[in-house]
Write a protein that binds this ligand. Structure first.
Ligand code: NDP
Ligand code: 8X3
Length: 262
């Protein structure tokens, strides 16, 4: 038995690109009503229009920077009445900045990663989960990373934020024991999205090199697994997922084929 999500309300943070946008597409196909949030308005509007043309669903774009607690609580409290009862929260907004050594990295990069990946996720959770507990239903999906399980050179702060996501997922599940609200932590390996372009400050060629000669996951692959997790029967909680490309066995084991010569 599965649990349908048609007509359930899902809030997806970081929905303007990559994994978040893919989750929006997957959830719209399954008939969920969507609140899609991110900082950039234009891609959110375009996504909302496309999904509403393709599926009989409602999509509400919300411009939101998760780094600001007042903005987060105001955005959730200010949702139109039919949208307030959020059934599924996908805490996906996140980023990496640079690959600098811990003793050399710009402080701004640390602030951006810690404020978004840890504090932003916490602010959204704090604003949404009390309603889930009160209504007696809900599912929180936190997007961590393999980087939260294995630290790599130059990645220490990004990796630390994703290790924190893992701890926060574990802690939320513990704190929700005795309620029907479920928690899923998903740690993907390499996924080709805008992630590496953002990490390298817009350098698309350098970003492309991250996935060179191997087949990375797509956002749709991750969304597929998240949709699976949230459609299990209510007594089943998929707590922890490590999702890797076949060409990746760990942070340090990636199978790359020689590029074919054009
Ligand atoms: P993208 O860069 O494609 O997407 C990141 C999303 O996060 C964008 O929609 C961006 O929107 C949003 N975002 C960033 N900062 C904020 C903010 N302050 N407030 C609100 N939204 C924000 O990358 P991915 O799709 O790959 O990343 C999604 C998640 O997956 C991240 O948490 C990332 O760490 C994680 N992840 C990625 C992997 C990968 O290899 N790509 C692997 C494992 C995990 P906007 O700029 O419009 O605000
Ligand atoms: C993103 C995966 O390996 O680029 O979390 O850090 S990696």
């Amino acid at each position: 038995m599965t649990s349908a999500i048609a007509n359930q309300t899902a809030l997806i943070t970081g929905a303007s690109s990559g994994i978040g946008a893919a989750c929006a597409r997957a959830f719209a196909s399954a008939g969920a009503r969507l609140i899609v949030a991110a900082r950039r308005s234009e891609p959110l509007q375009a996504l909302a229009e496309a999904l509403q043309q393709q599926h009989p669903v409602e999509v509400l774009p919300v411009v939101l920077d998760v780094r600001y607690p007042e903005a987060v609580s105001a955005a959730i409290a200010g949702l139109p009445a039919p949208w307030r009862d959020i059934d599924i929260l996908i805490n996906n907004a996140g980023l990496s900045r640079g690959l600098d050594k811990q003793y050399e990295a710009p402080l701004d990069d640390w602030e951006a990663m810690i404020d978004t990946n840890i504090k932003g996720l916490l602010y959204v959770t704090r604003a949404v989960v009390p309603g889930m507990v009160a209504r007696g239903r809900g599912h929180v999906v936190n997007v961590g990373s393999i980087a939260g399980r294995q630290t790599y050179p130059g990645g220490s702060v990004y990796c630390a934020t994703k290790a924190a996501v893992r701890s926060l997922s574990e802690g939320l599940k513990l704190d929700l024991l005795g309620t029907p609200v479920r928690v899923t932590n998903i740690d993907p390996g390499l996924v080709e999205t805008e992630f590496s372009v953002v990490r390298f400050g817009g350098d698309a060629d350098r970003a492309k090199g991250v996935y060179q000669g191997m087949t990375p996951l797509t956002g749709d692959d991750v969304a597929d697994v998240i949709l699976f997790a949230v459609t299990r029967p209510p007594h089943v909680n998929i707590s922890d997922v490590l999702l890797l490309p076949t060409d990746q066995s760990s942070m340090f084991h990636i199978h790359r084929r020689p590029e074919s010569i054009a």
